[in-house]
Design a protein around this ligand. Sequence first.
Ligand code: SF4
Length: 379
Amino acid sequence: MAISALIDEFKKVSASPKTMLAKYKAEGKKAIGCLPYYVPEELVYAAGMVPMGVWGCNGKQEIRSKEYCATFYCTIAQQSLEMLLDGTLDGLDGIITPVLCDTLRPMSQNFKVAMKDKMPVIFLAHPQVRQNAAGKQFTYDAYNEVKGHLEEICGHEITNDAIKDAIKVYNKSRAARREFCKLAGEHPDLIPASARAAVLRAAYFMLKDEYTAKLEELNKELAAAPAGKFDGHKVVVSGIIYNMPGILKALDDNKLAVAADDCAYESRSFAVDAPEDLDNGLQALAVQFARQKNDVLLYDPTYLENTRSEHVCSLVKESGAEGVIVFMMQFCDPEEMEYPDLKKALDAHHIPHIKVGVDQMTRDFGQAATALEAFAESL
Ligand code: SF4
């Protein structure tokens, strides 16, 4: 299939999680909503259910979730609850709510109250000190508890063999997404920012084996495509999420192609594989979480070396990007607190960058579009 046809298919999936959910439900499958961050989706897949990403939605301003949320909660949390209240995700059979930041911690209880008559809400507390034996055991126990709740929903045991098979499926999918990011960076003429974002977003609404097969087809076509002429600028994007129609349009309009990313919704979520050589699948997932790094949401024992900021700078060098766009989610404390260190590192490496505020309730992206236009001109 041609590259453009494959991208159109990913765009269709990415634009309508509701349709994908209805499709899987019509096939008789159960589905579990997975909220940010680091849900061990492998357990849902191993249970024979469909993990559906719930990372908010764009543009809705009259929202009922405000009845449950403090006004200073970020919009990703508010809009995620809204999708559960307004019927968009009515087919879900449960949700998993991790609590890795100060918004998600209280929010998990808001989800519980709001969903009490609608669906089970599975609480997931990851440890921050996750690398040592106690941290891995904590993660193991937390995942084991999630597994128990999922077994109640699917009605059967989730076997160790099923978890190990799911890990293989997910590792393959993560590898394909990393490969796609590399190929997209090499072909900015073929993969504008909006197409890259849609391809990666579609992963949240498809079973991973189906998604990976399609993505590998696209990767094959991209690998065979000759390098084309590109008269725009390659950039690295950083932040939680930037999949807002107005932002993607402004990136495309100003020929800003994404050469690599440091985004929670994108590369941070598929950077680390689970080991396949451990006998215990749950233990492998705990080791995977222990190995997660370069994320503002996770405690970094080497923080004095500013490892995460240096990682963003190295993405720029390795991908041949000309600068960095930091998309700052409004009211996101972890990202805001890390920004001064990131700025310091970018300045020290003489990497041009810009910070653009985003939130999921914005409809008018005029200000952000002007800032991106000026940034493109400065490059
Ligand atoms: S955007 Fe920031 S504040 Fe909101 S859920 Fe994510 S990390 Fe927490």
